[in-house]
Design a protein around this ligand. Structure first.
Ligand code: ZN
Length: 510
């Protein structure tokens, strides 16, 4: 007899429907699976067989053929186990086909019949029609976010079959508490002093400018970076759904309200593999950190310690806002639009208080050279962070809170989006003259910087974009960019490369 059971699979961050066809017929006893299963999927036979036997059903000692349709598409992971098991039970007439009509099944089976949570349930359920879907109990929240029909959950195969047969009822699910407040993000009011770095965070958030923090250990770079996501506007519905899909595909736990509604903050360690960073993998094409940070912040501490391949992998996301990952014949495109904040020590020894550095010029130069190249060109903002003075640490004045700063950020973003349809960081050089015209004194200052070799051609455009954001934050939208805005933008562009060693060693270019 033939059974046809709907399920779904996920590739990258997209789900697609799969029909599990099971035929149990005469012929030599055996089990054949066709339809491009991957290894984990192929191994389902042993799990399904053990689960069915330990649940008290009989494993049909006949010829079992499992076809995963459409056959042109690769099936990954163990999420089809439950659908295959139900298919075997129906095709061997141990379960009525009528009771599974318009039911889809997603989940991995343990050998004892337990239904285990799998990554990617939100995109998988999103790919299904409005019939009922049975998911693992641990995936209920994300399934409810994406489902068009009823969501059902059971702890194990026996319970699922009993509920389908009507001998017991499905456990009621907790409603998704979409009104629940997500936990607060770290707040800027915790940061004492650091006026320049605080301003840089605000400018970065408002203009979408990538930010590099340069400072010795203990200067507070990480604490500052952690506060950037809280300055971004909360995600709108589409962004929240997109982010939830990516986090589900990566197998992350969903927040209490189901939807990821806050801009994500991801901080991969420099030992993270290239696959971990950009996505991919030999078993499933999973999203990496660049996609998990989509619509939020990617923080790379100790930037110089990341490998060249990892930094190279950032190029496509930074340029196009997506990452394309290929494995064998499969290619997937995943969203990867994030605000990049990176941190680095100023030199190999870490710098420390003024005068403490003992690195020689050669060592400093080699250290900074590791940072140079395509990646450092991406930072519109490069700010030196100093350890706060004792007075600042002990100061009783509370610093401005994230929500106050965020209001200015939201207003400035709205202006930029209505003016150019994009954030200021994305303005092309030829747009700057019309959208960010310079006042005469500002133009003169920039000319001087370029002529004296303190500013490169790229740097010139970056300074103008940042100055546009500074003016937007100040509520100045219709006047040419002032010299004060250019001066501040130049201050936010700490020199990174040494021009030479020896007597000129303290000369830098931006
Ligand atoms: Zn040093």
């Amino acid at each position: 007899m033939l059974a046809s059971i709907p399920s779904a699979t996920v590739l990258g961050v997209r789900g697609s429907p799969v029909t599990v066809e099971v035929f149990v017929g005469d012929g030599l006893p055996g089990y054949h699976m066709v339809g491009m299963p991957d290894t984990a999927c192929r191994e389902s036979r042993d799990r399904v067989r053990a689960a069915i036997s330990s649940t008290g059903f009989g494993w049909p000692n006949r010829c079992i053929t499992v076809n995963l349709a459409p056959t042109t598409q690769r099936k990954t992971g163990a999420g089809l186990d439950v659908a295959i098991a139900i298919g075997v039970l129906v095709a061997s007439e141990q379960l009525s086909g009528d009771v599974v009509h318009r039911h889809a099944f997603i989940g991995e089976l343990g050998l004892d019949g337990t239904i285990r949570r799998v990554p990617g349930v939100a995109p998988m359920v999103d790919a299904l029609d409005d019939g009922a879907v049975v998911v693992p109990a641990g995936n209920v929240v994300e399934a409810q976010i994406a489902a068009r029909g009823p969501v059902l959950a059971a702890p194990d195969l026996a319970t699922a079959v009993a509920c389908l047969s009507g001998t017991r009822t499905w456990d009621p699910l907790d409603p998704v508490d979409s009104a629940g407040e997500p936990p607060p993000l770290p707040d800027l009011s915790d940061v004492r002093g650091q006026p320049v770095a605080r301003r840089a965070l605000e400018i970065a958030a408002a203009g979408g400018h990538h930010l590099l923090l340069v400072g010795s250990p203990g200067s507070g770079k990480t604490m500052l970076a952690q506060r950037l996501a809280g300055l971004l506007p909360p995600l709108d519905r589409d962004q929240a759904l997109e982010t939830t899909m990516v986090h589900s595909a990566a197998g992350l736990r969903m927040p209490p309200g189901g939807l990821v509604r806050q801009p994500p903050f991801r901080a991969p360690h420099h030992t993270t593999s290239v696959i971990g960073l950009v996505g991919g993998g030999s078993h499933q094409l999973r999203p990496g950190e660049v996609s998990l940070a989509n619509n939020g912040v990617l923080f790379m501490d100790e930037l110089g310690e990341f490998g060249r391949a990892a930094l190279e992998g950032l190029r496509e996301p930074l340029e196009e806002g997506v990452i394309r990952v290929a494995r064998a014949a499969i290619r997937v495109t995943m969203p990867a639009r994030f605000l990049l904040v990176a941190a680095t020590n100023p030199c190999p020894c870490g710098g420390g208080p003024p005068g403490a550095c003992e690195c020689d010029d050669g060592a400093r130069l080699r250290y900074l050279r590791r940072l140079s190249g395509p990646i450092t060109d991406r930072f519109d903002l490069r700010v030196v962070v100093h350890r706060p003075a004792v007075d600042e640490l002990l100061g009783i004045d509370a610093s401005e809170s994230s929500s106050d700063v965020r209001q200015r950020v939201v207003a400035a973003r709205a202006v930029a989006l209505s003016r150019a349809g994009k954030l200021n960081a994305a303005l092309a050089p030829d747009e700057l003259d019309t959208l960010a015209p310079l006042s005469e004194p500002a133009r003169a200052l920039l000319r001087e910087e370029v002529e004296s070799d303190r500013l490169t051609g790229r740097g010139y455009h970056r300074v103008r974009r940042v100055a546009r954001t500074i003016a937007d934050l100040d509520g100045v939208h219709d006047e040419p960019i002032s010299i004060a805005d250019i001066e501040l933008a130049l201050q936010m562009r700490a020199p990174l490369r040494q021009r030479s060693v020896g007597p000129m060693a303290d000369r830098w270019i931006a």
